[in-house]
Design a protein. Sequence first.
Length: 553
Amino acid sequence: MTDDATGAAPGPGLKTVVAASAAGTAFEWYDFFIFGSLAGVIAHHFYAEVSEATGYILALLTFGVGFVVRPLGALVFGWFGDRTGRKTTFLVTITVMGLATVAIGLLPDYGDIGVAAPILLILMRVLQGFALGGEYGGAAIYVAEHAPAARRGFLTGWIQTTAALGLIGALGVILITRNIVGVEAFDAWGWRIPFLLSALLLGLSLWIRMKLDESPAYRRMEAEGGERRAPWREAFLSWSNGRFVLLALFGIMIAQGAVWYCGYFYTRFFMERILRVEVATVDMIMLWLTVASAGLYVFFGWLSDRVGRKPVMLAGMVLALVAFFPGFHALTRAANPALAEAQASAPVTVIADPAACALQFDPVGKAAFASSCDIAKSVLSNAGVSYANAEALPGSVATVRIGAAEVVSVEGQGLSPAALKAARAEVEARIKAALAAAGYPDRADPARMNLPLMFAILMVFIVAATALYGPQAAALVELFPTRVRYTAMSLPYNIGTGWVGGLLPAASFALVAASGNIYFGLWYSVAFTLVAVVVSLLWLPETRGRDLHTIGT
């Protein structure tokens, strides 16, 4: 093949370049998504000594840790990618990711080694996030620097679809393994199998990528020589590049983190934990959604070659903003109509002294949450019930009003651990009995579930996410010159997806627990997306068709 823009020497064909880059990146997403899909199971094995709600939050935060360190990986691997080449760098990233994933499948759990188990788990997540911080930028740039300018959006769209392919692989392996070994065995030990399978995928991915050559744009830059490159200084301390780093972050990437992770991960949490849909049903829906979405990344990348990157990405952001709240309300009615009916006919209110109500969030699992308000709210939060808050007299015992019925909580301050546990159980039994009498379901009823409507509602979020994500690789590559491209685009990408997106499930759940409103967590996604819409409209340039060799000259 001869690159249209560079006249580069013959090398691997364009199809080979795209396939090899996409296959390796899909494997890394597979590794990353296994953990998110198994957060509930992992919580039981590695956070066994805390409450169910706290354990789940800790598992989500452990998932988020991998995202938090991604910007560090972007800085380190971006520097190496701009100094030593694209190919070598993403061979290293895929190796680190694969080895860390296999190690998770081998870790002893809390019952075997105590607190060392979650510490080792977090360490493996750090290594995963560190590696993924350098992977995406390398793969996207490698394909973009091979692609003709008129097809850059379409061809880099195949890199974008690897997120869907990785998620399909993760969900598929989990479903197949669970069906083969059974639910009980899967929860006990079978959950390790998807992690261990990464050893085979790592070998295959390395074999494919070893066949690649360096990108034409990088070879051309090396041949032209010039002064020694300083990617960090040139990317972040030079206003000519630094302003585009800021625009990439606030005009594209914070929306990407908010929209994509809401569509693929927060919807899953919402259906499982709030709407009480069976996990197997949620897995199947998400699998079919991901399959349906795979081609949309390529389509929207192709569309951005025709109409521009900016209008396609903006359309995705605006669609998400319009759909967030009505979409989740509609999802409740479709997935658990009995819950929607009960919320309308018998709203729940916690009447308590505000000074006695904690945030219901304990990252280290040591807080007792023993006040009458805390006991009442923890029962409602674990049941996935939305509630309002009303102020009571100082020092009074909290009361839960469910429609016309009232349930008085118990003050647990000063009780022994055994007595507190008994008091919680007694209050929980009375509240759940009142909820059942008011029509609140314990689980979503499969017979009343409207699966086609649920799929259609969720597809709206997926279309928004893919419209934003499909053209994104091309748009980011076209913002920066070759000498700092890996570093400059990797950092905003991994802050947006790593910090905004990775922390979305835990942050949104904390907002729900604090407010009592099951929809309140959506404000997290709305706020970030709205900021990106404004920044993109006012300042983000259109980049379609730019010559990658003349940017910044």
